[in-house]
Design a binder for this molecule. Structure first.
Ligand code: SAM
Length: 264
């Protein structure tokens, strides 16, 4: 089983393909940021766990400002650097978000699909609170295509269920906890949900499952995984599924905006 760092070092080269969003959703993310965050080009923002920069790039686009991106995985940062259109808008730093290497404060800090990756997400949150300016805003964003709604994923995970494997999404629980945590401290809170659709072929979805690209958080035992895959191939054949068929899946961007109490 790969640890968190190992997982992203391993997945860096194919991360962008598996986490791609519809271009319209990227535009909506920029617009929502612009409309919700009172940020000027002089202000400083940071994404912790910036990865390949797909979200930090939206912040830079929305505010035409340099955005700092911190990540613990050199391979993810290297991958980000391979795309100059993204990396040139970002100042990238290899560091652990729990121990941020900055003296100055930020007006905006964003996390996206990171809190569930760290051992103690409250540790990361306290590092974020320490690094925000007194009027600084914190955003946690979920931005993903819901592959679970596709036929191959449904067949695969239904078989795993029959084998006794159940998955819960730790990130959803953490996000619920965030709302409680911040409101208990007097912070304002606002939620914005965006939805678009994303086209993908059956063969790409099957390849994702075959290559185990989403399995790290799920910790699925090897033997059960193989049973699921065998069943998937058999079932797709019985149903005579056309692998080149393009299916439409929902894609979401779910923002949690936290704004500080008047005197922090
Ligand atoms: C699922 S990826 C998300 C990347 C990006 N935020 C996005 O939404 O595409 C999680 C990222 O968090 C990074 N990460 C995990 N633990 C971290 C830590 N303690 N400090 C900084 N980055 C971390 C990983 O290396 C990985 O690049």
């Amino acid at each position: 089983m790969k640890d968190n760092l190992g997982c992203f070092d391993w997945s860096a080269s194919f991360y962008d393909e598996t986490r791609a969003l519809p271009s319209g959703l990227y535009r909506d993310i920029c617009t929502t940021l612009k409309e919700t965050v009172p940020l000027s080009s002089l202000m400083k923002s940071l994404e912790i766990g910036v990865g390949t920069g797909r979200i930090a790039h939206c912040i830079a686009n929305a505010f035409s400002t340099d955005v700092y991106g911190v990540d613990i995985s050199q391979s993810m940062l290297y991958q980000c650097l391979q795309n100059p259109a993204v990396s040139e808008t970002l100042a990238l730093i290899a560091a652990d978000g729990n121990h941020l290497p900055f003296k100055s404060k930020f007006d905006l800090i964003l996390t996206s699909h990171v809190l569930h990756q760290v051992k103690d997400h409250f540790h990361l949150i306290s590092s974020i609170l320490d690094s925000l300016s007194s009027s600084g805003i914190y955003i946690d964003l979920n931005a993903y295509v819901d592959h679970e709604q596709s036929l191959p994923f449904k067949i695969f995970y239904q078989r795993l269920l029959e084998e006794g494997y159940r998955h819960y999404f730790k990130n959803d629980l953490i996000r619920k906890g965030l709302k409680v945590f911040f409101s208990q401290r007097g912070w304002g809170y606002r939620e914005t949900n965006l939805k678009r659709s994303y086209n993908i072929t059956i063969s790409t979805l099957v390849r994702f499952l075959k290559n185990k690209v989403f399995t790290h958080q799920r910790q699925i035992p090897e033997q059960i995984y193989e049973i699921g895959l065998k069943h998937l191939y058999a079932e797709l054949e019985v149903r005579n599924v056309d692998f080149s068929k393009v299916v439409e899946l929902p894609a979401y961007a779910q923002f949690l905006f936290f704004t500080p109490p008047p005197k922090r």
